[in-house]
Design a protein around this ligand. Structure first.
Ligand code: BG6
Length: 479
């Protein structure tokens, strides 16, 4: 298992993800000397292209998507690339692909960034061409199914050719530096862990807000909706990282063992604890944007917003709601986690007129990484008319704390981990299935009750019912 691959085979090599993320990430790793000198990258897709045409295609993608300050000499990187045309659905062609891959000196990593309907045929093709041996790893990009049953089908097909310790399922949120910092915040500091439980935490909020709309992904998104596109994977992974017990080690088994326990402890949600929405025309940052139905060109019952009140039924989190919300065309792009602590058990200042607010930890994941702890402080003065207390922020801007550090995109880390064989930041089968299990039950509840999304104006924070979902518990969403 422990080898650094010297061949990387990219399925979907002409697709959107390859252009925006995979090629730029590989280039950036190469520029920093992080790829083995002998690593060869073979792209494959249906389009007919020669090696040199693919290199030109890759160059164009790098020029378009790499930030200007990270573009450098491209020739060496492009020389690593070659290309094989392939119709993944038929067995013919896989032998030619194998010939193009050649015999790896150490091992091969395969990255499948294609429609999930191609996963099964691709695995068969790889098997037929002898590309599934002990020195081959398989990496899968989402969506891994549309529900538990289809996800099991994909997982079974892959498991027919690769053992779990050679399967790497991507959730790109786990590749974000800021998400990994959650491990450090929780497990490299003494002061939070003793308070990290139902006795001291009132509730948790997780918001993943986006300003973008459909972005041309019409067919995919309309079939998925916000709950399957964002909650099933990214948001549940964030929730698991917040709620997990401390793992004994920072390694793939220990971390994923703890995450899956949380996912399995999620209480089934009743329909009344969810709110769905779909945006209508509005404005984002002053610019008019069309409604979802207009972008789609037809009516649809797909939700572009979802809010859920979740519970983790275990000792640590008994009675602590986790409010989750995500949506497209919200007022700003922000991902953040709020840990709302309880009030102090007794206020010694009550007789002096002072009011208290409970502490709150705001963990900003993107676009800026900020960790803010709100503390109560005394307003300076002689206090002849009573003591005044006010909330003041203790603010850690990671950007300033680590100003010299390169900010890497998630796929850089994940591709490097794949090539080197570290599964810690990849999702294990039991996690994916626990995630689907919980999501399927919510969707079944919606179907049983005939729930359809409420509309919201683009540029607002979703339907007003989402505000009510929190407010009826006396909770205000952090904005
Ligand atoms: C993807 C979803 O997984 O994550 C997209 O399919 C979403 O709909 C994207 O826009 C958000 O990722 P990020 O890294 O921009 O927060």
């Amino acid at each position: 298992m422990s080898f650094t691959a010297d061949r990387l085979l990219l399925f979907g090599a002409t697709g959107d993800l390859a252009q925006r993320m995979l090629l730029p990430s590989l280039f950036a790793l190469d520029a920093d000397g992080l790829l083995a000198a002998d690593l060869k990258i073979i792209g494959t897709a249906r389009s007919s292209m020669s090696d040199s045409e693919y290199r030109n295609f890759a160059r164009a993608a790098l020029e378009k998507y790499l930030p200007a300050d990270r573009r450098g000499r491209m020739a060496e990187f492009l020389n690593r690339l070659s290309y094989q045309t392939l119709d993944a659905t038929t067995l013919e062609g896989y032998d030619d692909l194998a010939a193009k891959v050649g015999t790896p000196a150490r091992g091969l990593a395969i990255f499948l960034s294609t429609a999930p309907s191609l996963f099964g045929p691709t695995i068969k093709g790889l098997q037929s061409a002898g590309l599934t041996g002990d020195n081959v790893r398989m990496c899968l990009e989402k969506p891994l199914g549309t529900d538990l049953a289809s996800s099991c089908e994909i997982n079974d097909a892959v498991a027919g050719a690769f053992p779990e310790n050679r399967i790497f399922r991507i959730d790109h949120y786990l590749g974000k530096e800021t998400v990994q910092n959650l491990f450090a915040l929780r497990f490299a500091n003494l002061m939070f862990e003793p308070l990290w439980n139902a006795a001291h935490i009132d509730h948790v909020q997780i918001t993943v807000a986006e300003t973008v709309g459909l972005e041309g992904r019409v067919a995919f998104y309309d079939d998925a909706g916000a709950i399957r596109d964002m909650v099933q994977n990214h948001m549940l992974q964030l929730l698991a990282l917040v709620a997990m017990e401390p793992p004994a080690h920072f390694d793939a088994t220990a971390v994923r063992d703890e995450k899956v326990k949380v996912l399995r402890a999620l209480r089934p949600v009743v329909a009344g604890e969810t709110v769905t929405g779909q945006y209508r025309a509005g404005a984002i940052n002053g610019a008019a944007v069309p409604g979802y139905d207009e972008e789609l060109g037809k009516d649809s019952d797909t939700e572009t917003f979802v809010a859920i009140k979740a519970h983790v039924d275990n000792w640590r989190w008994k009675g602590v709601p986790f409010y989750l919300r995500t949506g497209k065309r919200l007022p700003k792009r922000v991902t953040e986690i709020i840990i709302q602590f309880r009030c102090v058990p007794h206020s010694i200042f009550a007789g002096k007129g002072a009011t208290m607010q409970p502490n709150r930890l705001v963990i900003g994941i993107q676009p800026e990484e900020n960790i803010t702890l709100s503390l109560m402080a005394k307003v300076p003065g002689l206090d002849r008319e009573g003591i005044r207390l006010r909330q003041v922020p203790l603010n850690i801007a990671m950007q300033d704390a680590f100003s010299g550090a390169v900010r890497r995109i998630a796929y850089e880390r994940l591709l490097l981990d794949l090539v080197e064989g570290d599964q810690t930041l990849f999702v294990r089968r039991d996690e994916v299935e626990a995630q689907w299990d919980w999501i399927d039950a919510i969707r079944a509840g919606w179907a049983a009750e005939g729930l359809t999304p409420k509309t919201y104006t683009a540029g607002s924070w979703g339907p007003s019912a989402a505000i009510a979902l929190a407010e009826r518990d006396g909770v205000t969403w952090h904005e």
